[in-house]
Design a protein. Structure first.
Lengths: 472, 927
């Protein structure tokens, strides 16, 4: 009763077909294909991909585009004065509700960078060195201005939770390049002390099969959940256990003849290899002092810098989708001080990541995206003038950065009005960004679907258009 | 759209005269087919299966051996493995009805209710938290327990349906019937105060509608939220007509934490008796208070007259905001809610509507942590059905982790919070709750000591009893002096701070530059009362009487104190009474409109509650509400309800449904593999009165169910997915069963049923606080379902996140699962406990191994298996002998107390062996 001929939905469309092939070709951590699984391999991309890997940097809390990416001299000129009613009258704001809306010009200088002359804030000198490799999109918009649903929108294409995250979609669509490591890895930094960690749905598989769930790599002692043996279990002891386990499972398989046992045996072996390979992949001690210095990373110390360096190591090892989540960008007050600190934490590592990927040629096949969930107001929050201004949530415009595979370097896409209040050219949304990511990976976002509860779901819902202006 | 596709669509539309979709026609009992192999079928069910096999030239598999059958049955029906005793009894019982007796025993257990509930909870997206940003706790377990009981007690499915859909609307609805409707309140609710209520409310109703449709109708109708779809039997108008049934609950789009209203309170028998008794005592004291007051009318009049307008006591007032509206000059109304200037105790006061209205003030005031000060105000709370207080006054920097100070009413209790920074705050909360619609004078004093004990609360000029630290253990902060200071960038505000809008009136806010004594505070109160006594027109008599009682003659004071104590005890008791959110119908139902493109801001045509047109219409005399809907569902000719449920049962006991898309019986779903069998089962189910046990028994006593899952490779290859049912399917157990089984064989499982959820150990970064050790070994169905931070091992084994209704779980195989089964402390602990059990239970290695095998996989090891494990044991003994410290670590892993009298070396070596047993492929599957 499926009215859709299979060829119109190439990435494994019938549920049954999918289940047959899943372990063979799709799983981020799926076991190697047992021979019985037939010739279903290779329902690959829809067209030749430009990118093989993605590093998706999420700056949670929404960094201020007005102070980092989108210079507004006119805003500085009317600093401290009311915003024109023509712009702000009757528009939704978050915590500024009921307050006077006063312009707050940025205290940060902007400089022209690279051959292209892209203007970037003074807090991003290292990123600025790569200006000719960046596509800076100044015309992003979000209809949601609360953090959790907006973050969910950015990662899963829906404000409500329960949908698969983009990494999971990519894992589902592409499969693994490395049998010993996950396809979709996510790392978290910058969570303010005492605050809860970012919610799991930012890397969850939603309704996609479980193997597409993002694997959290942690900066602490245990790089992957339950990777470390319990006290009292040594590696040699585990080997002996696994040998016995495999022997017993194989003997029993003679009796029950279930080929699925092959999958389970393989999974245990893969787990054992992961116990060795994952720590190796995340062990920064093996990097040269020069590289550590480049990133500003210190082995054994959890940081965004360490995560960036790990991202390069993972991409090198064939991890398809690396999601770096840096929290702590919600600067309602004391923005100058806070933004200086946060930008200081990420600028150098981001510059280093691009330098490093570029040096090794990996940047040609790796898409790097840097984005927050929405923007910040050009208006002041908190009633404090001078350097103590803050900014509220803002969805009418914000900026994101693309670099690497398939990206047209040295490009500024879109524009905002002279006060940086709203987009005036080429508006884009999270769905457009997601469509663009999939496009660079060789997928038509309208054809990458998964049937769930009778409906064909897409990452981009019913929206999304590729941001061609940003692409080479 | 590609040309080929659009052509194809055109052709399809043109040629099909819409033959009605199979699932939309009522099931008709089909004739039972004739079969050749007449000895095999045990009943008509088997004849349908066999006929199909024979048509395909296939034969059924032989019956599985008895041990396998018992393992299969026990896991399928209870989610637990059989015990060695149950196994021995079953193997010994050669009577022909032994199998049936076992089925009856298992079906009659609470464990069966727990196992079936697991399936239902996935559909109902049951959780113990509210979801969205704050993911605060809710109490919904009373509904979960209702489900467990319903299955355990063989509630017929029609009743099960009727009560969950419309229990509250049944004539003389019992408490349990109203609890049943909690099904529809399991969706996430948001607590944010600054979202769009309409948007969230629409999400709740849409979620309810979709969940209802998937659970009972097996239809996925979410597509119709935005527009009509070709081939889809449900139009957009149908969708909103169904939506209308779920759009009539008295609820808000934005909630306040805890249980979203409407909810029930469910006192235990003891709680109920205690509540009644307290209420009686309280009534008595109130009556005596009234009598005493009446008897002292003259004294009261004198007292009032004595409140002469004294000059303001020397109270170092740093700031006084009289809240007299425009006259005060410095205060300004703001926020998105509505604030109004009203008549107050002295001049005006401000009334705030609980929707984030507030009073801004330009007064510059910076309080410091090392200085003493006092803050006081008059308040009167208004009950708007959701607010229970809010911020009275404070100066807080939301962006700096709440640094600052605030005086608030939280859940009707006065509270003061001083915050220096992240996890650096002092907080004191009053024990007693305020009543609505009464004026109170409230204050806190701080002595500049940076200590909690330096904070005190006053109500009506008297020190207020302080409450112990709030219940949530996660919020518990060790008693530490305040480290940071209080000065901050936030604005001094009255009525709303950090998303806590006040609902009610506020008057005469004062900040004093030192810690006032009780006498001084009483003088401040008197000052305002004096003004009141002079001008009062009777409106404030009650207030004056209360103060007279509290500070007048000794007898009255004693009575007032007793009354306050009784009230506090009553509230305390009410707090301890569990709640459950339930469905209810608005007196004046909200109108429902078709929402254009699913946008809640674009209402179109108005619709009334109705079933989708493809099913006809509700009978003329049926109520147009959930009750009418429920009756239609359980009508004997409803085409979907019975089919969907028997298909679900089939999937539960055969591994996959006769319809492989249990959530989609629509035109885009899979067609049934055995359509006649499905219809026959549906008719059997309905015609026998929707009986649960009878239907399950029909399935699991069939020859089809009892087949072996072992077949030669060639037979398997002929039907790799076992769609023809020529053998039993073998599949990996569900997440909760894996844990339950490990705990059961280790002897750790706590079979206590029902009650609040428990939090077993999981990594500290996920759940910093867990249940006490003696509550950690309950079954998985009782493990807390926290939406934002789920129990991670369950998620690794494909347990759904419970964000939406899920009708089928995946069964993946991943290395993360292998890591969890060895290294999750819960499983490592189970391995150790199993090792101890074997060591304590048997005296030689061979016997221990036999016991271990019997516990885990219900058979004895063969020679080769024994050799492998004894070799491992010897190897591990050597290894641990060489490293005694490692042995001690292995012998004490987990939280369960070690069994006394066992050698650590032996426990360690055996733990390596039991770790293998717990990971056996045979252990992880239902055979």
């Amino acid at each position: 009763m499926n009215p859709w001929p299979d060829r119109f939905a190439p990435a494994s469309l019938s549920r049954r077909g999918f289940l047959r092939t899943t372990a063979a070709m799709l799983g981020s951590l799926a076991v190697p294909a047992p021979p019985r699984r037939g010739p279903d391999h290779g329902a690959g991309p829809h067209f030749t991909p430009r990118a093989k890997n993605v590093v998706f940097v999420l700056l949670l809390g929404a960094p201020s585009q007005v102070d980092l990416f989108d210079p507004k001299p006119e805003l500085a000129r009317i600093d401290g004065k009311p915003m024109p009613d023509s712009l702000v009258k009757g528009q939704a704001v978050d915590q500024l509700k009921g307050r006077n809306l006063v312009a707050a010009g940025s205290r940060f200088a902007f400089h022209r960078r690279g051959q292209c002359g892209m203007e970037l804030g003074e807090l991003l000198p290292h990123l600025g060195q790569h200006a000719d490799r960046l596509a800076l999109v100044r015309s992003m918009t979000s209809t949601i201005i609360n953090h959790p649903p907006a973050q969910s929108m950015l990662t899963t294409g829906a404000g409500e939770t329960g949908r698969p995250s983009c990494g999971s979609w990519v894992s589902y669509a592409l499969g693994s390049q490395n049998r010993d490591l996950p396809t979709f890895a996510t790392m978290v930094s910058g969570v303010p002390q005492g605050e809860p960690p970012p919610p799991v749905h930012l890397w969850a598989n939603g309704f996609l099969p479980g193997e597409h769930h993002g694997v959290v790599l942690q900066g602490g002692a245990e790089a992957v959940r339950f990777l470390d043996n319990q006290p009292g279990s040594s590696r040699t002891g585990r080997r002996a256990q696994l040998d016995a386990l495999q022997a017993l499972d194989r003997m029993r398989q003679q009796a029950h003849l279930d080929p699925a046992t092959d999958d389970r045996v393989a999974a245990y072996e893969l787990a054992y290899r992961m116990q060795e390979r994952v720590p190796e992949a995340v062990r920064l001690q093996s990097e040269t002092p020069a590289v550590l210095e480049l990133y500003g990373a210190e082995p054994g110390v959890a940081s965004f810098a360490a995560n960036c360096l790990m991202a390069r190591r993972l991409v090198e090892r064939g991890v398809r989708f690396v999601q770096l989540i840096d929290d702590g960008w919600d600067h309602h007050a004391q923005l100058v001080r806070n933004l200086r600190r946060k930008a200081g934490e990420v600028d150098r590592p981001l510059g280093a990541l691009l330098t490093d990927l570029q040096r090794s040629g990996l940047l040609d096949e790796t898409l790097v995206v840097i984005a927050g969930e929405f923007g910040r107001t050009p208006m002041n929050q908190g009633g404090q003038g001078g350097d103590r201004y803050g900014r509220d949530h803002h969805g009418k415009c914000f900026s994101i950065v693309l670099a690497g595979a398939g990206v047209r370097g040295g490009t500024v896409v879109g524009a905002t009005d002279e006060l940086g209040y709203r987009v005036v050219a080429d508006p884009f949304t999270a769905h457009d960004l997601q469509a663009t990511m999939l496009h660079l990976l060789g997928f038509d976002h309208e054809r990458l679907v998964f049937r769930h509860r009778g409906r064909d779901f897409r990452l981009t819902d019913v929206h999304g258009r590729v941001m061609r202006q940003a692409l080479a | 759209m590609p040309i080929a596709l659009s052509l194809w669509l055109l052709v399809a539309t043109a040629t099909s005269q819409q033959p009605e979709h199979w699932s939309l026609r009522p099931p008709v009992r089909p004739p039972v087919p004739a079969v050749r192999q007449t000895a095999w079928p045990r009943g008509d069910l088997d004849r349908f299966v066999l006929a199909a096999l024979e048509r395909a030239g296939l034969a059924p598999a032989p019956e599985a051996d008895r041990a396998t059958l018992l393992r299969r049955l026990t896991l399928d029906l209870t989610g637990l493995p059989p015990t060695p005793e149950e196994l021995a009894a079953f193997l010994d019982d050669r009577a022909p009805e032994a199998y049936e007796r076992t089925v009856d025993r298992l079906l009659a257990s609470t464990a069966h209710g727990e196992r079936m509930a697991q399936v239902w909870l996935d559909l109902a997206r049951y959780t113990d938290t509210n979801g969205f940003d704050f993911d605060s706790d809710r109490q919904q377990w009373a509904w979960r327990d209702w489900v467990v009981r319903a299955f355990a007690e063989d509630m017929p499915y029609d009743r099960f349906t009727r009560e969950q859909i419309a229990g509250d609307l049944l004539p003389d609805a019992t408490l349990a019937q109203r609890v049943a409707t909690g099904f529809h309140r399991n969706h996430a609710v948001t607590l944010q105060i600054d979202g769009q209520p309409g948007e969230f409310h629409h999400q709740y109703v849409a979620d309810r509608t979709a969940t209802f449709a998937t659970t009972w109708l097996g239809l996925s109708i979410g597509c119709a939220e935005c527009h009509d779809h070709k081939f889809d039997p449900i139009s957009q108008r149908d969708y909103y007509a169904l939506y209308a049934f779920w759009n009539r609950m008295p609820e808000k789009g934005l909630e306040q934490g805890g249980n979203a209203a409407p909810f029930l309170q469910l006192p235990s028998a003891e709680q109920g008796a205690a509540l009644l008794e307290l209420q009686g005592e309280l009534d008595g004291v109130e009556r005596r208070c009234d009598q005493e007051l009446r008897a002292r009318a003259t004294a009261f009049a004198d007292w009032c007259a004595g409140r002469v307008a004294a000059p303001m006591p020397d109270a170092d007032v740093l700031w006084h905001e009289p809240l007299d509206g425009a006259r005060s000059g410095v205060a300004e109304l703001g926020g998105i809610g509505v604030g109004t200037w009203i008549a107050g105790l002295r001049g005006g006061a401000v009334h705030l509507d609980g929707h984030d209205a507030c009073v801004h003030t330009n007064h510059h005031l910076e309080l410091r942590a090392d200085a003493a000060f006092t803050v006081s105000a008059w308040i009167r709370l208004t009950d708007d059905g959701r607010s229970r207080g809010g911020a009275i006054v404070g100066k807080v920097d939301e962006a700096a982790k709440g640094r600052g100070w605030s005086l608030t009413v939280d859940d009707l209790r006065l509270a003061v919070t001083l915050t220096g920074g992240q996890r650096d705050s002092l907080r004191v909360e009053a024990r007693d709750r305020f009543a609505f619609d009464k004026w109170y004078h409230v204050a806190f004093c701080y002595d500049g000591s940076r200590q909690t004990r330096g904070l005190s609360l006053f109500v009506d000029g008297a020190a207020a009893a302080v409450r112990d630290t709030p219940a949530s253990p996660a919020a518990k902060v060790p008693e530490q002096p305040l480290a940071g200071d209080l000065d901050n960038e936030g604005a001094l505000r009255i009525g709303s701070l950090d998303g806590r809008p006040f609902c009610g009136a506020i008057d005469e806010v004062r900040v004093h530059g030192r810690s006032l004594t009780a006498t001084e505070l009483a003088a401040v109160v008197d000052l305002d009362l004096a003004a009141l006594a002079k001008t009062s027109t009777g409106e404030h008599q009650a207030l004056l009487q209360r103060h007279f009682a509290a500070r007048g003659p000794a007898e009255l004071v004693a009575l007032a104190t007793e009354r306050a104590t009784l009230r506090a005890r009553l509230h305390e008791l009410l707090d301890a009474v569990p709640r459950v959110s339930v469905a209810a119908e608005m007196a004046m139902p909200r109108p429902t409109h078709v929402l254009l493109r699913g946008d809640y801001q674009r209402p179109g045509e108005r619709v009334e509650p109705a079933i989708p047109a493809v099913f006809g219409a509700l009978p003329a005399d049926a109520p147009r509400n959930r009750l009418g809907l429920a009756r239609w569902l359980v009508d004997k000719d409803n085409p979907l309800v019975a089919r969907v449920h028997v298909n679900r049962l089939w999937r539960t006991f055969f591994g996959q449904g006769l319809v492989e898309t249990p959530d989609d019986f629509g035109t885009r779903g899979e067609r049934p593999s055995h359509p006649e069998l499905l219809d026959w089962l549906a008719r059997e189910f309905v015609d026998s009165g929707f009986r649960h046990r009878r239907t399950v028994k029909l399935l699991v006593t069939s020859a089809t169910y009892r087949q072996s899952s072992v077949v030669p490779a060639a037979v398997r290859a002929a039907d790799p997915d076992n769609r023809r049912l020529g053998r039993a399917s073998r599949w990996r157990l569900d997440a909760e069963m894996l844990r339950d089984q490990a705990l059961a064989v280790a002897g750790l499982l706590d079979r206590k049923a029902f009650g609040p959820p428990v939090m077993p150990w999981q990594p500290e970064d996920l759940w910093p606080t867990v249940s006490p050790p003696d509550e950690r070994h309950r079954r998985g169905v009782y493990v807390a379902q926290k939406r934002s931070v789920p129990f991670v091992t369950f998620r690794l084994f494909d347990a759904p996140g419970r964000e939406t209704c899920v009708a089928r779980r995946d069964r993946t195989t991943t290395p993360l699962q292998a890591l969890a089964l060895f290294n999750d402390r819960n499983f490592a602990e189970a391995a150790r406990a199993l090792a101890e059990r074997l060591l304590a239970g048997e005296s030689d290695d061979a016997a221990r191994l036999r016991l271990g095998f019997t516990l885990c996989v219900q058979r004895e090891p063969d020679t080769a298996e024994r050799r492998v494990l004894l070799d491992l044991l010897a190897d591990q003994r050597d290894a641990f002998r060489a490293d005694p410290e490692l042995a001690v670590a292995a012998a004490t892993v987990g939280d369960a107390p070690p069994r006394l009298g066992l050698e650590p070396l032996e426990v360690a070596a055996w733990t390596a062996v039991t770790g293998v047993l717990l990971n056996l492929d045979e252990m992880l599957v239902r055979p």
